[in-house]
Design a protein around this ligand. Structure first.
Ligand SMILES: NC(=O)C1=CN([C@@H]2O[C@H](COP(=O)(O)OP(=O)(O)OC[C@H]3O[C@@H](n4cnc5c(N)ncnc54)[C@H](OP(=O)(O)O)[C@@H]3O)[C@@H](O)[C@H]2O)C=CC1
Ligand SMILES: O=C(O)C1=N[C@H](C(=O)O)C[C@H](O)C1
Length: 242
């Protein structure tokens, strides 16, 4: 059986993962939190799953490369420098990084890309997300993933179009931009809504995570798949075939 090592094992996602591992035909190699030894964990595991914090990523990736252990990265709030580290690691090991491991969001991203490719820039794209009161990054990784999908549908990059900081006298909306709004409160596992707002009509498509078990299932499915892959960068589409 494939042995999974968890980075961030005592956290909300780490605990959800540990609970789901036995039901999905895998075993637990162990887990670490701040102060843990990622090299020892990477050597003991067939695949690593990271739901921790961006600050941990450099050491985690170095350990995965040293042990030649594939890694699924679910941690969000990553900066361009983290993405460069991930790209470099993919030369040596199998790596999958995603802001959302659920089947529903993986399909939603496809639908968003398709809608954005068919609607002109006069259809304004806005992405709203709501998460529990403990979440530390905004916009969520999923909102950014959906923004990337919308931008790709329009043949542009999100960096060119992103507006995530409206406050005060903002002026009118600029055509072609992709706006983000983040709500935080309570115990919401993760809600995302993508709005295409046209003249006199709106299309709204979204996803609601009702619990963390959906993320745990998606992450373990991806980890089992990733454990069989050679070095390279992979995506949830490839895992789930949607
Ligand atoms: N991609 C996806 O589908 C999903 C992504 N996420 C993302 O996963 C991440 C974790 O979320 P959540 O579980 O709610 O957060 P928590 O804050 O509950 O857990 C984070 C865990 O990471 C640990 N940690 C901190 N520093 C390190 C380190 N250097 N090495 C190893 N572990 C460390 C913390 O340990 P300690 O207490 O010791 O600091 C803690 O146990 C977030 O970025 C979140 O956005 C969440 C759900 C789904
Ligand atoms: O922090 C969370 O909880 C979640 N984080 C991910 C994100 O930033 O999109 C995925 C999910 O929405 C839950």
């Amino acid at each position: 059986m494939t042995a999974i090592g968890i980075i961030g094992s005592a956290g909300r996602m780490g605990q959800a993962l540990a609970a789901a591992v036995p039901d999905l035909g895998a075993t637990l190699a162990g887990g670490i939190d701040a102060g843990g030894d990622p090299v020892a964990l990477a050597l003991a595991a067939d695949v690593l799953v990271d739901f921790s914090t961006p600050a941990a990523l450099e050491r985690t990736l170095a350990a995965a490369r040293e042990a030649r252990t594939p890694i699924l990265i679910g941690t969000t709030g990553l900066a361009p420098a983290h993405h460069a580290l991930i790209e470099a690691a993919a030369a040596d090991i199998a790596v999958l990084q995603t802001g959302n491991v659920s089947l529903g969001v993986t399909l939603l991203a496809k639908l968003v890309r398709e809608a954005a490719s068919r609607l002109g820039p006069d259809w304004d794209i806005e992405i709203a997300e709501m998460h529990h009161r403990h979440k530390v990054d905004a916009p969520s990784g999923t909102a950014l993933l959906l923004g990337d999908a919308a931008a790709a549908g329009r043949g542009i990059t999100l960096a060119e179009a992103r507006v995530a900081d409206r406050a005060g006298l903002t002026g009118a909306r600029s055509e072609g931009t992709i706006g983000f709004a983040s709500l935080r409160g309570g115990s919401v596992a993760g809600d995302h809504l993508v709005v295409f707002a046209g003249e006199g009509e709106r299309i709204e498509i979204g996803h609601r995570a009702e619990n963390r078990a959906i993320f745990a299932r998606g992450a373990i499915t991806a980890a089992l798949w990733l454990a069989e892959q050679s070095a390279g960068r992979y995506s949830m589409d490839q895992v789930l075939g949607v």
